[in-house]
Design a binder for this molecule. Structure first.
Ligand SMILES: [Mg+2]
Length: 298
């Protein structure tokens, strides 16, 4: 064992400096054992080059989770803000995410086309996003649900989808936002029928069977005086996260001149942060306003 290791280190010294560094770091582990061949069983899951890599997370069994934690219906703003906080954390902690979109219990994260993070391995992208998101959900829970203890640990499933062009990526995000609209309109009427007209869930479902968007808008307006277009944007459009320059004001103690020492001064710093937007991303306006998202040159 020792002999073989010595030989290996010696071999390393003769090779490139990159390999040398690796050898020194790995030390004894560098010696190949007869078990090494099991590495060949690992599947290659490298994402296609020059494509957008999307990781979408979805809450595991969140129907039950929402019931147990008394989420408001049809939307619980605390839960949505917590999801947004987790997504911001994911963008700040991980590399190369250019835009994220979330609604309900799901979030999509888009990695830049040229990202070479973890050599573009799908499992690395997916597991890092899912674990960072889930731990953030638990970590920040108490900031959003002050009077509601977390009763059991939530989970999120993840998937990776690779999109080959700007158009397919935009269509993917449009699909998720259209889904948000369809579900939110349905849920808004469904819960109004239950909460305000006293229908049972089955009766509400039957009432909405076969109705179109215009019919649902009409029920909301004529029966509940709700103009759907005045519902909060976060509920109707979901949340978009993009990097933007933000001015941050901090206070700093003055050191010099002597007569000013100890006094506090406001200092403004510009930082690039993931900023929350609740806007339409289906039309062209958003992409024209933020061309840097799709056309990065680095
Ligand atoms: Mg779910």
């Amino acid at each position: 064992m020792w002999t073989s290791c010595t030989v290996k280190v010696h071999d390393c010294l003769a090779s490139t400096s990159v390999t040398l560094k690796r050898c020194l770091r790995l030390g004894v582990a560098m010696a190949k054992s007869k078990f090494e061949y099991v590495r060949d069983f690992e599947a290659d899951d490298t994402c296609l080059p020059q494509c957008w890599v999307v990781v979408r997370l979805d809450g595991r069994n969140f129907h039950r989770f929402a019931e147990k934690h008394n989420f408001a219906k049809p939307n619980d703003s605390r839960a949505l803000h917590l999801m947004n906080k987790c997504a911001q954390t994911v963008m700040e902690e991980l590399e190369d995410i250019v835009i994220a979109y979330g609604q309900s219990d799901e979030y999509s994260f888009v990695f830049r086309r040229k990202s070479n993070w973890f050599k573009r391995r799908a499992s690395k992208f997916m597991t890092h996003v899912a674990s960072q998101f889930a731990s953030s959900y638990v970590f920040y829970w108490k900031d959003y649900f002050e009077d509601q203890p977390l009763l059991y640990p939530p989970g999120f499933d993840g998937r990776v989808v690779v999109y080959p062009s700007n158009q397919t990526l935009k269509d993917y995000l449009s699909w998720r936002q259209a889904d948000c609209h369809i579900n939110n309109l349905y849920n808004t009427v469904f819960w109004a029928l239950i909460q305000q007209s006293g229908l049972t869930p089955v009766q509400a479902k039957d009432r909405l069977q076969g109705t179109l968007a215009a019919d649902k808008n009409e029920i909301l307006f004529s029966e509940f005086k709700i103009n759907y277009n005045n519902e909060p944007l976060m509920y109707r459009k979901g949340t978009v996260l993009i990097w933007q320059k933000v001015d941050e004001v901090t206070t700093k103690e003055v050191k010099l001149p002597a007569e000013m020492e100890g006094k506090k001064m406001a200092v403004t710093r510009t930082r690039t942060k993931p900023v929350l937007l609740h806007c339409d991303i289906i039309g062209d306006a958003f992409w024209k306003e933020h061309p840097e998202i799709l056309y990065e040159d680095s």
